[in-house]
Design a protein around this ligand. Structure first.
Ligand SMILES: C[S@@+](CC[C@H](N)C(=O)[O-])C[C@H]1O[C@@H](n2cnc3c(N)ncnc32)[C@H](O)[C@@H]1O
Length: 195
């Protein structure tokens, strides 16, 4: 990664996640939702991986020849993703963006697939849905409010309410799957925009 942008140097999310990634394995395994979404018949276009971490899914997508934009606040995670992409000869297909998702905006004309696992913010979700190309897919997984029973410290605003995220989709989307993932406190959504 290049130098950390000055406005992110002291950002609490960056500091927290860099510390977490310090002890974590170098790469996140490919998320099953990423695998399923990439197996759909998607239109031409890139993949946007939000809160990507050192994403195995981004590498899988780039391995199919798609361009990938990976956005995350952790320079440590993005550095690991860059290193692995380089080892696999995929560096030119992956654009790394170190940014706070609360402020970052997707590039037009949009993406064939927008993927996000392990992060929740309503406004980010709504922007992500608007960034899906016709015929493209949106795949999301985040904690639901049920997770707060086992993790009372988990802030309510980081958790999906009943019916979310499908209930927040704009018109034009068909939900392929929305289901709670057993024993995780997480809910998974796979949805597709009409052509
Ligand atoms: C639970 S991890 C999920 C990583 C990856 N998507 C996965 O499923 O393994 C949450 C990710 O969100 C990123 N993150 C947290 N707050 C963020 C923010 N405000 N802006 C951008 N990324 C953020 C963290 O750096 C971390 O990589």
């Amino acid at each position: 990664m290049e130098d950390v942008p000055p406005d992110l140097a002291g950002h609490p999310d960056r500091l927290r996640w860099n510390a977490k990634y310090g002890d974590a394995p170098a790469l996140s395994p490919v998320h099953p939702l990423a695998e399923r979404a990439l197996a759909l018949d998607l239109p031409d276009g890139g993949v946007l991986d939000l809160a990507s971490g050192p994403s195995g899914g981004a590498l899988l997508a780039a391995g199919t020849g798609r361009s990938v934009t990976a956005v995350d606040i952790s320079d440590l995670a993005l550095g690991r993703l860059a290193a692995e992409a380089g080892r696999r000869g995929l560096g030119s297909l992956i654009t790394l963006v170190q940014a706070d998702l609360g402020l970052w905006r997707p590039d037009p004309p949009g993406y064939a697939l927008v993927l996000c696992t392990g992060f929740w913010d309503r406004a980010v979700f709504e922007r992500a849905a608007r960034a899906v190309l016709d015929g493209g897919a949106l795949a999301w997984e985040a904690f639901s409010e049920d997770a707060r029973r086992d993790r009372p410290g988990l802030p309510a605003e980081w958790c999906l309410r009943a019916g979310e995220p499908a209930s927040l989709l704009p018109r034009g989307f068909t939900v392929l799957q929305q289901a709670d993932v057993p024993a995780t406190g997480k809910r998974r959504l796979l949805t597709r925009h009409a052509t």
